[in-house]
Ligand binder design. Structure first.
Ligand SMILES: *Cc1c(COP(=O)(O)O)cnc(C)c1O
Length: 391
């Protein structure tokens, strides 16, 4: 019979792991309205500030007026519209890949792609800190899942030697780790995958649009843009829209069209979303995109320096994801609550998102934050951090 739903909820609460949603009024800007109050937004993935961009809004409206509100079916039934193929051509050109395939979300991409590429008898090597959608994809695939210590290429190689098998081998990693903000050693992973004839899937949900000269992402920044077999990115974070893509060879695309269940069995993205994504890509690839990236880099540098200067210990990194390590669940959630009281919205991150004892505030800066926003936030975080004995 098992425990009741009520008992299960009680258990979650007792462990300090109870989650609920918080409502925001208005758009996802650098400031948001919460319960009628102005709050500084410090936990959004809207890194370039495009989520309320007039160009994206106009593109979404125009796409809707021209093509309607729904795609009405899976791409393989009647749901492939001109905009889907247009967006795929643009993504492939942007990533300098043969082909691209659009998925309904990053979650759908990872679960669909991994389970399509490997199955029983195959092996997946996955970084210990990879996103939940990668783990879910691995579990769905029925392939053997071997998790390697975070960013430890030597340990990975030892594991690959030990588990050399007859089936396919897939290495999968976040490019920028979503809760830590550090980058995967993509150059070394490319060498390994070449030596062991493995496939390499890189999830660049947090680097696309943000990193590299052209905003192409982490692989561009690290000089391996053309060496990754499957480069996944999302439209819902820096690109201010929704959905995801994989950039890959025409052959791999063909396989996914035939095998990826989240592609096959789900209604495709609607015109409004595709229109907004096309407009976002255009901005990312323009001089405006380059200047937004520069602003974001400057903001990340400033905020990291301010926090370190106040005595916080930050994990190594340079990106816009800036985790303030706290440790215990209760202190972390209290920290977040007290900052809400100050007018700063930043989430405490707990298990299972991060390992027990590694709770943190996950601060993210945006290109649209002002220097004054960040100086003020760092000062308030410092005051609350002292009150809680974190620093
Ligand atoms: C957010 C995220 C995803 C999921 O993407 P959605 O489009 O939000 O479903 C996948 N991987 C990583 C690393 C992410 O941070």
């Amino acid at each position: 019979m098992g425990i009741t739903i009520q008992q299960e909820l009680e258990q979650i609460k007792q462990r300090g792991l109870y989650r609920s949603t918080r409502m925001i009024d208005g758009t996802q800007g650098p400031h948001v309205e919460m319960d009628g109050r102005d709050m500084l937004m410090l936990c959004s993935n809207n890194y370039l500030g495009l989520a309320d961009s007039p160009a994206l809004i106009r593109a979404a409206v125009e796409a809707t007026e021209r093509y309607g509100t729904s795609s009405a079916a899976s791409r393989l039934v009647s749901g492939t519209m001109a905009l889907h193929e247009h967006l795929e051509r643009e993504v492939a050109a942007f990533k300098q890949c043969q082909a691209a395939l659009i998925f309904n979300s990053g979650y759908a991409a990872n679960t669909g792609v991994i389970a399509a590429l490997v199955g029983r008898g195959d092996v997946i090597f996955s970084d210990r800190l990879n996103h939940a959608s990668i783990i879910d994809g691995a579990l769905l695939s029925s392939a053997r899942l071997i998790r390697y210590p975070h960013n430890d290429v030597r340990a990975l190689e030892a594991l690959m030697k030990k588990h050399r098998g007859s089936g396919r081998t897939l290495i999968v990693t976040d490019a920028v780790f979503s809760m830590d903000g550090d980058m995967a050693p993509l150059r070394e992973l490319v060498e390994l995958k070449e030596e062991y004839k493995a496939l390499l899937l890189v999830d660049d949900a947090h680097g696309s649009g943000v990193l590299g000269e052209g905003g192409c992402g982490t692989a561009e920044l690290l000089g391996v843009a053309t060496k990754v077999d499957i480069l996944m990115g999302t439209f819902g974070k820096a690109l201010g829209s929704f959905g995801a893509y994989v950039a890959l060879s025409a052959e791999l695309r063909d396989l996914l069209v035939n095998r990826a269940r989240s592609f096959i069995f789900s209604t495709s993205l609607p015109p409004a979303v595709l229109g907004a994504s096309l407009a976002a890509l255009k901005i990312v690839r323009s001089p405006e995109g380059a200047s937004l990236r520069e602003k974001l880099r400057g903001n990340a540098e400033l905020f990291r320096a301010l926090l370190v200067g106040s005595g916080f210990s930050l994990p190594e990194g340079t990106t816009q994801i800036i985790p303030v390590l706290v440790g215990a669940v209760q202190t972390t959630m209290r920290f977040s609550e007290m900052l809400l009281g100050e007018g700063i919205f930043v989430q405490g991150i707990r298990p299972p998102t991060v390992p027990a004892g590694a709770c943190r505030l996950r601060c993210t800066v945006m290109a649209s934050h002002t220097q004054q926003d960040l100086e003020w936030a760092a000062e308030r975080i410092c005051v609350v951090g002292k009150q809680l004995g974190v620093i």
